[in-house]
Design a protein around this ligand. Structure first.
Ligand code: FNR
Length: 185
């Protein structure tokens, strides 16, 4: 049975380079994985007052969807050297109610992308800080900090060069192999 991987993208804009990266990663993933982008832009801001017996429907749907996932792939830009708020909100929503986190023991991997040269390193590693606490074992190698993402795609949003495709394909294969060894059986 293929591993079901939820993909969370840390940018909401239509022409997002990280959105393009997510699509490229999905198409380059090995056949042992089935991947879906899960929309996080519609999740109301986390508020403990709303986390009652009847929480917002979007939270419940998101939590159920993430619970069903065998692994999670984060593809994110860097905002002010950190994780975009929309992605942090999704982490927070999934982490509650206390004791019922959707993240616990779910293997994860991070790809960060930026038009800048540092490739979203700050976001990538701030995200890792939260994932340590959330008990998401996270792929360490290979790392994926993609700089100059605005130069990687053609006008159809497809990867233009061979080098990045090969790298991302190897990344997904490594993620698949490793996630298979750590996911709860
Ligand atoms: C940015 N950007 C940015 N880039 C970067 O490399 N480091 C940073 O700290 C920031 N900070 C930042 C803050 C905010 C609020 C915005 C809107 C943007 C630029 C960012 O990398 C660029 O807009 C990317 O194109 C965003 O990714 P998507 O939307 O193309 O996936």
């Amino acid at each position: 049975k293929p591993m079901y991987v939820c993909v969370l993208v840390g940018s909401l804009r239509k022409a997002s380079f990280n959105g393009m990266l997510a699509n490229a990663l999905i198409s380059l993933a090995p056949s042992s994985m089935r991947l879906d982008i899960v929309e996080i832009g519609g999740l109301p801001f986390y508020n403990e007052d709303l986390d009652t017996a009847a929480p917002p429907a979007q939270w419940t749907a998101f939590r159920q969807r993430m619970k069903a996932a065998d692994a999670v792939l984060f593809v994110t830009p860097e905002y002010n050297r950190s994780v975009p708020a929309v992605l942090k909100n999704a982490l927070d929503v999934g982490s509650r109610p206390y004791g019922r986190s959707v993240w616990d023991r779910k293997p994860g991997a991070i790809v960060s992308g930026s038009p800048g040269a540092i490739g979203g390193f700050g976001a990538n590693h701030h995200l890792r800080q939260s994932l340590v606490f959330l008990n998401v074992p996270t792929l360490q190698q290979p790392e994926a900090y993609l700089g100059h993402v605005d130069k990687l795609f053609d006008e159809h949003g497809k990867l233009a060069g061979d080098g990045t495709s090969k790298f991302l394909q190897a990344f997904m294969q490594a993620f698949a192999n490793w996630a298979e060894t750590v996911r709860p059986k």
